[in-house]
Design a protein around this ligand. Structure first.
Ligand code: PGA
Length: 255
C-alpha cells in the first residue's frame, strides 16, 4: 500500500444477501463502528436495499455502491438498473464485471467495457473486477487472461478519463467464497503486473494513482498481511462484509 498516493479503500459486496431491515441494521452498526477511521469505505447492498441504506449512510464516511448496472440510461430493459438510477439514489461506486456476473449472467469484456463507460458518464467510480479461474492459473494463463480482461475492459479510454477515478479489483476466481486466499507472493505478483499493465497501456500517472484492491476470502485474520503488500490499496470483501462487527475489523486493518 502507498498511502501518500492512494488512500486505502475497503469495499463490501453484500451480493444477494439481506432483507431491507437486515441491510439497514448492518449499515447502522457499520457507521457506528467505523466513525473516525481514515480509510475509504464502500458497501454494495442488493438493489432492493439501496434507497433505505442510502438514508443511513448519508453524511457519514461510508459510501454506497451498486453491485452492477446496465449501460443504457433508460429504456425497455426489463429487470435492469441504469447508471442514472444509481447516481440518483446516492451511489458513488459501482462494481463492474464481478466474476459471478461473468460466470452466471453473461457479462463479457465488451459489456463490461460499456458498463464502465456508462458509470464514468454518470460520475460513478467503477470497481472493475478481473481475475483468473483455477484452470487458467493451472494452465499458466493468469497473466494473459488478466491482460485481455484489462485491455478489452478499458479499451477506448484515455489515462485522463481513468486517472483518480477507476478502481481495479483483482479477484482470483478460485479464492472467492472458498476460504482459499491467494498467498502474499501471488497477490503482489499480480498487482505489480496490473500496475505495469496500466503503465504500458496508458501511462505512468494512471499506474501510480490507480487503486488496486485484492478480493477473495479476505477476513480480519489475513487483512493486515495483505494490506502490507506495496501494490495492494484495499480489499473487496464478500462474506466477511455481511457482519458489521467482522467487517469493521477488516476496515481497522492497521490496529
Ligand atoms: P469473498 O468474496 O470475500 O466471500 O471471497 C469476495 C468477492 O466476491 O468480492
Amino acid at each position: 500500500m502507498n498511502p501518500t498516493l492512494r488512500k486505502p479503500l475497503i469495499a463490501g459486496n453484500w451480493k444477494m444477501y439481506k432483507t431491507v431491515a437486515e441491510a439497514v441494521q448492518t449499515a447502522k452498526d457499520l457507521v457506528q463502528c467505523t466513525a473516525g477511521v481514515d480509510v475509504d469505505i464502500m458497501i454494495a447492498p442488493p438493489f432492493t436495499a439501496l434507497a433505505p441504506v442510502a438514508e443511513v449512510v448519508r453524511g457519514t464516511s461510508v459510501a454506497l455502491g451498486g453491485q452492477n448496472l446496465f449501460s443504457k440510461n433508460d429504456g425497455a430493459y426489463t429487470g435492469e438498473i441504469s447508471p442514472v438510477m444509481l447516481a440518483d439514489i446516492g451511489c458513488r461506486y459501482v462494481i463492474i464485471g464481478h466474476s459471478e456476473r461473468r460466470q452466471f449472467f453473461g457479462d463479457t469484456d465488451a459489456s463490461v467495457n460499456a458498463k464502465i463507460r456508462a458509470a464514468l458518464n454518470h460520475r460513478l467510480i467503477p470497481v472493475f473486477c478481473v481475475g483468473e479461474t483455477d484452470a487458467q492459473r493451472e494452465a499458466g494463463e493468469t497473466f494473459s487472461v488478466l491482460d485481455k480482461q484489462v485491455s478489452k475492459g478499458l479499451e477506448g479510454f484515455s489515462s485522463e478519463m481513468l486517472s483518480n477515478v477507476i478502481v481495479i479489483a483483482y479477484e482470483p476466481v478460485w479464492a472467492i467464497g472458498t476460504g482459499k486466499t491467494a498467498t502474499s507472493d501471488q497477490i503482489q505478483e499480480v498487482h505489480t503486473f496490473l500496475r505495469s499493465l496500466a503503465e504500458k497501456r496508458f501511462d505512468n500517472l494512471l499506474a501510480k494513482t490507480v487503486k488496486i484492491l485484492y478480493g477473495g476470502s479476505v477476513k480480519p485474520e489475513n487483512v493486515s498481511e495483505i494490506m502490507k503488500l506495496p501494490d495492494v490499496d484495499g480489499a473487496l470483501v464478500g462474506g466477511a462484509s455481511l457482519s458489521a462487527e467482522v467487517f469493521s475489523k477488516i476496515i481497522r486493518f492497521h490496529h
